[in-house]
Design a protein around this ligand. Structure first.
Ligand SMILES: [Zn+2]
Length: 377
């Protein structure tokens, strides 16, 4: 039976978390403080240095701006254009699992404002990467906090790495990443460190291939000659307000809601998290809200139980019954009580579980792991 922390409802066994004899988790009993790999001052200084930069002669752009189509990058691109006099090249890593809402947001911002724009994406390489990540868990003895999100985090690092490679090709010194405070504090500002983190989770041959056989060159180049990753949200590192950003963008005609713009691989990430770590990918976030008194502990436990049932028992079925569909719909409404768009987006992603697994080329393998045969469906 699952055991939940008495205070925040994190589940016993969550990566990086220990439980004491009173069933309090190490985040609640004060034995663990979340350590971030970077200092706030360094993140802020790096960004200030960029703002005070001296434009590099002979290059067309001052920065490559990573545009994902989600709320943070769309909002910041508009803001940055007003604030810096620099020459911005908006960059989008195209992949087949991105949401229509993200594409639409990118279209809208490109039409509304006059940005130079470039996109890159190898569907094949991205597919190989995701296939590998979802089927290969990093089975370490003492997993780190966030290990339940490795496929998502590593995919994110891959997009940053391709942005850095594009920047090198175009002689651009800065890559702008619109990470939220947690991302700013954990994502390295240095291209080489990004690649080193990827090496911890991906087979070296595969990593070299998806980086266009540049792995050794990257690892052997001085940091000064590689692009620097900077985080414009560092100016609001302690006052970041995602809800405010969503509200403003909605008023401007964008669709910035979180689930609507989320990538379609999401249910497979949930599958990975439950299968390897018995938790869903947002569990740390939810536990935080429970500690803050903004989410009821019992409600969180109930959501986790329902989510687990949906991901491990229902989503993989070839035919999902009407009753099961209703169960997913009700669950989605509980997750997003005030947001029918997000709730519908959650439902639609779950229903597409098999199709996405098939697109990634891992459906047969998952059915084999789950021992699902046609006779059982
Ligand atoms: Zn706790």
């Amino acid at each position: 039976m699952d055991i939940y922390c008495k205070k925040c409802a994190l589940k016993k066994g969550h990566p990086g978390i220990q439980f004491d004899e009173n069933n309090l988790c190490s985040m609640c009993n004060g034995k663990m403080k979340r350590e971030y790999s970077k200092k706030d001052d360094d993140i802020i200084n790096d960004y200030q240095n960029f703002k005070n930069r001296i434009p590099v002669k002979g290059t067309e752009y001052d920065c490559l701006f990573m545009l994902s189509g989600g709320k943070d990058s769309v909002y910041m691109l508009k803001k940055l254009k007003k604030e810096i006099t620099g020459r911005i090249l908006a960059y989008y890593h195209k992949h087949r699992f991105d949401s229509d809402a993200s594409f639409q947001n990118i279209e809208t911002i490109l039409q509304a404002d006059d940005f130079d724009f470039i996109s890159y994406g190898s569907y094949r390489k991205h597919r190989e990467l995701m296939k590998y990540l979802i089927l290969n868990c990093r089975k370490k003895d003492s997993p780190a906090l966030d290990d339940e999100c490795i496929p998502c985090n590593t995919c994110h690092y891959y997009f940053i790495a391709t942005a850095c490679q594009m920047a090198i090709k175009m002689g651009i010194k800065y890559v702008v990443h619109c990470g939220n405070p947690r991302q700013m504090r954990t994502i390295p500002a240095n291209f080489k460190d990004i690649v080193k983190i990827m090496l911890e989770t991906i087979d070296k041959t595969l990593l070299n291939e998806i980086l266009n056989n540049q792995l050794d060159i990257i690892l052997n180049t001085d940091d000064d000659n590689l692009p620097k990753i900077i985080f414009p949200y560092s100016e609001q590192i302690n006052e970041y307000d995602g809800e405010k950003i969503i509200k403003e963008l909605t008023e401007m005609g964008y669709t910035p809601d979180s689930m609507v713009t989320l990538c379609h691989i999401f249910p497979l990430l949930e599958y990975y998290s439950y299968k390897n770590y018995n938790c869903y990918s947002e569990a740390l976030e939810s536990a935080y809200w429970v500690r803050q008194g903004q989410l009821e502990r019992e409600a969180f436990i109930q959501l986790d139980k329902e989510n687990k049932k949906i991901i491990l028992e229902i989503a993989l079925k070839e035919t999902i019954s009407q009753e099961e569909k209703l169960f997913i719909k009700n669950h989605a409404q509980k997750l997003f009580p005030d947001n029918p768009l997000d709730s519908d987006a959650f439902y639609n992603r779950i229903i597409l579980f098999r199709k996405i697994a098939d697109d990634l080329g891992i459906l047969d393998e998952i059915l084999r792991i789950e021992k699902i045969t046609d006779a059982q469906i």
